[in-house]
Design a protein around this ligand. Sequence first.
Ligand code: 8YV
Length: 324
Amino acid sequence: MKPEVVLYKTLPDDLRARLDAHFTVTTIKGLTPEIVDEHADLFARAEGIIGSSCKVDDALLQKMPKLRAASTISVGYDNFDVDALNQRGIVLMHTPTVLTETVADTMMALVLSSARRVVEVAGRVKAGEWQRSIGPDWFGIDVHHKKMGILGMGRIGLALAQRAHHGFGMPILYNARRHHEEAETRFNAQYCDLDTLLQECDFLCISLPLTGQTHHMIGREQLAKMKPSAILINAGRGPVVDEQALIAALKDKTIHAAGLDVFEQEPLPADSELLKLPNVVALPHIGSATHETRYGMARDAVENLIAALAGKVEKNCVNPQVLR
Ligand code: 8YV
């Protein structure tokens, strides 16, 4: 008998076939309480789950007594109650490596588009407003050789530093839980405390996971420390920034602009004040969203689940302590 697996995201055909070769797979449309109740027997039998963008909390785990492994098609795992997984000895797998370069590209796109007002002026061209040689009201600000501040020096922070330093000649400042030797050697990155980072950088690029410690780490007080010419970029998780404080800072010009791929609520509500501000570039959480990378993430997640349910975990595990 093959182990039973719940799939809560559509997979490319070849990856679905790979999953089917190992497990009895049932696809469902999400993990809402209604869907879970409707498929109560399936959840009671399932030994594995795989998907993304749905909450896996203690209430759900109570309905999955046989669950041994969860595989998320993402690097972030803030949707999971990791303590509850640990208590039940359930292994959590994620996709930390395959999306690094793509997300760093997205961050650089936000840096460039918010500084050079790419989206705004392209909109003016489409609206037929380009009728003479442009003047200062269409100008942006330079990116090259400005100070790049990186908050969170993980894999993505490092890939961003590589682009900013070697591609754009930007000095790199960073703040993280600990010094990052590789960033310091390869990019001459300077470690600084959060206040210094806020005060000195021209771009504050946030690449942090969402945890109890990082929730609203950037709020009114922190924004007030930034330069009025500074631009905030967030492509980690929305709630790391207090969105109401950010809106206020953008309105009263405490900071110059923001480039955002993530929000406190996603999808971003259509009536969000952020959408009314000309100094905001808002993207629909496209960080890893290329065909190649999303395929790679799905492939890694499938392999992660196969390895986890076979008891052969070697990498990509969030809580390896449960294996011991
Ligand atoms: C995905 C992400 O957009 O990996 C992550 O943590 O935020 C993104 O790459 C998202 O999880 C949907 O798959």
